[in-house]
Design a protein around this ligand. Structure first.
Ligand code: BES
Ligand code: MN
Ligand code: ZN
Length: 507
């Protein structure tokens, strides 16, 4: 798809279709008013006849509208004007794209990007529009032998802005939105691929591919390397599987040399059967998504590299299957982690924290500015926050705030939970330094408490994406979250580093 930005009058656009909005109670948006005026009340006549009310989710395609250059005008219902917020804006763009894809035309000119969304600027509207378009057109059909074909697919979209002086900002925002959308696409594809294809080795290959196309440094550690490093808790999870585990390190180093890197760690369990503490069979297929943390780290780094953000980022991905093979870890086993701390495995299904803890120890040697881990870690987080917010826990409040703000800016929101000392008690073990589970109460928090014990040497935050990384049910599939949140966090860091860079003296 080709995208562009324009500023100009809707009746003068030579386009297969110009898209304008109509609010509930048949109230025309500003662009629709202009079209109506040029067409001598053609639109308001149609609305008066009752063909469209302006309800959200509805649309009306008009041919042969007099006084306009475009072949068609698409009216998109926006709902109540006072209730037109982020969600409604995104839904209107999605509705327009679905309709445009079904018309005979190959291009469309969207005036919906001119609508007011409370507290959101032009850049936000354009970024979101680019993302929503890509989300709406996303198909995962590579495993179907016959692909569904769109008869005359949309090839070119133009987003309109109110004023000429908004063009530059909008162009930048468009590039950002497309980079984020690309990152989300990568995360979704990896998430949607089944466990028999998307193995730890496959993730490693994809990381290498990403590295060579975008000029990133890639290092892949195998089982032998991990043994030498003493990554025993990670390896204890891999023991039950015949797939070899991998430890992926991906570097985007465009910042000041020597500047401490931002480290992103992603949980990469390519299938979580639960191990010996086997999961129930119902919906077990969804545990192929247990590598969405890893996928979102790859996606965010891809977006950051496409935007050429002038910062140093290192992605770290511990990846393995969690299977109940003959050599698998058993409940009661005690393992010495890379940090030297011992862990009693009371439940082999709490495997995410076991692979992450060694990764958290490993990254100490990278001397990180801060560390953010991303993981589909607990079912408890789905119960607490559902599919709306990502769970956020941190040992540093300013880092937590940055991530919360990034989530707000990206409309990919997170919600903070407490990491108070009081919860640490639940991890007591009679036989080792700690147990790997903390009982049913506060499951998301005790999981983060476990991780916090391996993240004492730097500023650290943890994102539990068990509820947000994929959708269950009929529309089953990966969502690409939290790529937007992570990318906005990195974009903001890049802004800061540009502002802080020493200014060159004038001669
Ligand atoms: N990958 C799961 C978490 C999960 C569960 C994500 C459901 C999405 C939906 C994780 O490895 C796990 O099994 N966690 C256990 C921890 C428990 C044994 C303490 C859980 O949440 O049940
Ligand atoms: Mn598990
Ligand atoms: Zn898991």
């Amino acid at each position: 798809m080709e995208f562009s930005i324009k500023s100009g009058s809707p009746e003068k656009q030579r386009s297969a279709c110009v898209v304008v909005g109509v609010f509930e109670a048949r109230k025309l948006s500003a662009a629709a008013e202009i079209v109506d005026h040029a067409a001598t009340q053609f639109l308001s006549d149609i609305l008066r006849r009752g063909d469209m009310e302006g309800k959200a989710g509805t649309s009306l395609l008009l041919h042969g509208v007099p006084g306009v250059e475009a072949d068609r005008i698409l009216l998109v219902g926006l709902g109540k004007e006072r209730e037109f917020h982020e969600k409604e804006y995104r839904a209107a763009i999605a509705c327009a794209v679905r309709q445009l894809n079904e018309t005979g035309g190959f291009d469309g000119t969207l005036y919906l990007t001119e609508l007011n969304v409370k507290k959101r600027d032009v850049a936000w509207k354009i970024r979101q529009a680019a993302i929503v378009v890509q989300e709406t057109l996303y198909r995962f059909d590579r495993l179907k032998s016959k692909k569904e074909e769109v008869r005359r697919p949309l090839r070119k979209l133009t987003f309109c802005v109110n004023r000429r002086n908004e063009l530059t900002i909008a162009e930048t925002a468009l590039a950002q939105g497309l980079a984020i959308a690309e990152g989300m696409d990568l995360a979704k594809n990896l998430g949607n691929l089944p466990g028999n294809i998307c193995t730890p080795s496959y993730l490693a290959e994809q990381a290498s591919l990403l590295g060579s196309t975008l000029g990133l440094g890639v290092e892949i550690l195998d089982r032998g390397d991990m043994e030498k490093l003493g990554m025993n808790t990670l390896l204890s999870v891999a023991r039950g599987s015949t797939e070899p585990p991998k430890f992926i390190i991906l570097r985007h180093e465009s910042g000041t040399s020597g500047a401490k890197p931002i480290v992103l760690i992603g949980k990469g369990i390519t299938f979580d059967s639960g191990g010996i503490s086997l999961k129930p069979g119902l919906e077990m297929d969804e545990m192929k998504y247990d590598m969405c943390g890893a996928a979102s780290v790859l996606g965010a780094i891809k977006a950051a590299a496409m935007m050429k953000l002038p910062i140093n980022i290192i992605g770290v991905i511990p990846t393995t299957e969690n299977m109940p093979g003959g050599a698998a870890s058993k409940p009661g086993d005690v393992i010495t982690s890379m940090s030297g701390k011992t862990v009693e495995i009371l439940n082999t299904d709490a495997e995410g924290r076991l692979i992450l803890c060694d990764a958290l120890t490993y990254v100490e040697r990278l001397e990180p500015e801060c560390v953010v881990d991303v993981a589909t870690l607990t079912g408890a987080c789905v119960i607490a926050l559902g599919a709306v917010a990502t769970g956020l826990l941190a040992n540093d409040d300013s880092l937590a705030k940055e991530l919360l703000d990034a989530g707000h800016d990206a409309y990919d929101r997170a919600w903070q939970m407490p990491l108070w000392e009081d919860y640490q008690e639940q991890l007591k073990s009679n036989f080792a330094d700690m147990a790997n589970i903390g009982g049913r109460a506060a499951g998301t928090i005790t999981a983060a408490c476990f991780l916090s014990r391996f993240a004492e040497k730097y500023r650290w935050a943890h994102l539990d994406i068990a509820g947000t990384a994929w959708r269950s049910g009929k529309e089953k599939g990966a969502t690409g979250r939290p790529v937007p949140l992570l990318t906005h966090f990195l974009m903001e860091r890049a802004n800061r580093s540009i502002q802080q860079a020493p200014k060159r003296r004038r001669k």
